[in-house]
Design a protein around this ligand. Structure first.
Ligand code: MRU
Length: 354
């Protein structure tokens, strides 16, 4: 197996983007090669790739692939909704496409070359952001909870390197602490219905040799009540100007329980996840997913992935993909610019945030 799979989610290789197929993890590690614009759209739509920052990176490369079949900037702009409409909640998708559109409009060189160069920059800048988030969050956490006992984290969904390019957002401080020799332990919420915690975060942490325990989503309150959790650390798909944060469904309940137990609830995210045009969480679109993800479950059986029924035939199911955690429940944001309180978000307007 290629070396990069141990620490990245995707690499540029031979005129295409090579990505890990996240729908098959943790039981099969297979790669998918994205070349034409429809490959990119399909990978985001079907969640071969997922996680807000990675969706943005893949969209940036997808825009370069779109440019390859366009003969003018106008034609390119008219094609962008194909990528933009693949998933609605992660703002990184829109941010990446807006950057690519401005590159296309201002580029004196051949359109596709400029867009490809910009996609490479986007890829590298997400890695830099993850590293900076790791150092900022790691130092903040070490100062408060570092010692000889493992620092106890709780996380939800996958905000690791599989959701970014490398290091992750919520996992980046955990990797930083681990690399700096501090003992850590991570409580990983399974994250029904698609189980990104159980399938992806547990896979990543196991590869990094980080001690972790998976629990069912419903156990979060009990664990906070009965075990010493130091920090709840999650990622984000879109953060509004007032700090309201969209993240994987179930995040809000963890924030409520963390408040009750006086556990700091931190949201780790790069600038590309802040949506300064959205005043509050009410302006964030919540993805409505296929009810089949609730009424069935996918598992691994004898080498094959199988989907089995969970609910009586004919029972209706509701499947919102994300929820909004109100900013007053969020202790702080861990960003590449350091630790920010919700009231400081507008300071990002002077950075590269959209
Ligand atoms: O539906 P997904 O798997 O794309 O949702 C991902 C999440 O909600 C992550 O927590 C979020 O994108 C943060 S990723 C660094």
């Amino acid at each position: 197996m290629d070396d990069w799979i141990q620490h990245r989610s995707a690499i540029w290789d031979d005129s295409s983007l090579l990505v890990i197929d996240q729908t098959l993890l943790p039981h099969r590690t297979e790669l998918v090669r994205l070349t034409g614009v429809e490959d990119y759209c399909n990978a985001i739509r079907t969640m071969i790739v997922r996680g807000a920052p990675l969706i943005g990176v893949v969209a940036a490369y997808g825009a370069a692939a779109l440019a390859a079949i366009c003969s003018s900037v106008e034609e390119f702009e008219a094609g962008l909704p194909r990528l933009l409409e693949t998933r609605p909640t992660a703002v990184n998708l829109r941010s990446a496409l807006e950057v690519q559109l401005s590159v296309a409009r201002s580029s004196p060189t051949f359109l596709q070359d400029a867009l490809l160069e910009s996609a490479h920059q986007f890829y590298l800048s997400e890695i830099q952001s993850s590293k900076a988030i790791g150092a900022a969050g790691g130092q903040w956490i070490e100062a408060r909870f570092g010692g000889s006992n493992p620092i106890q984290f709780m996380t939800h969904c996958n905000a690791g390197r599989l959701a970014t390019v490398e290091y992750g957002t919520a996992t980046a401080p955990i990797y930083w602490l681990h690399e700096n020799g501090l003992p850590v332990h991570v409580w990983v919420s399974e994250t029904r219905p698609r189980n990104q915690g159980a399938s992806l975060t547990a896979w990543e942490l196991a590869q990094a040799g980080i001690p972790h325990t998976v629990f069912v989503d419903n156990a979060a309150g009990h664990i906070m009540q009965s075990s010493p959790i130091d920090v709840v650390l999650v990622g984000a798909d879109r953060i509004a100007r007032n700090g309201d944060t969209a993240n994987k469904i179930g995040t809000y309940l963890k924030a409520l329980a963390a408040r009750e137990h006086e556990i700091p609830f931190l949201v780790a995210a790069p600038g590309s996840t802040f949506d300064l045009r959205a005043g509050t969480g009410r302006e964030i679109p919540i993805e409505e997913r296929n009810p089949e993800e609730v009424s069935t479950i996918v598992g691994h059986c004898g080498g094959d992935l199988v989907r089995v029924d969970l609910v009586p035939r004919g029972t209706s199911a509701h499947n919102p993909g994300f929820d909004i955690t109100p900013s007053h429940l969020i202790h702080a944001f861990v960003t590449e610019r350091g630790i920010l309180e919700p009231a400081q978000i507008t300071s990002l307007a002077t950075s590269s945030a959209p």
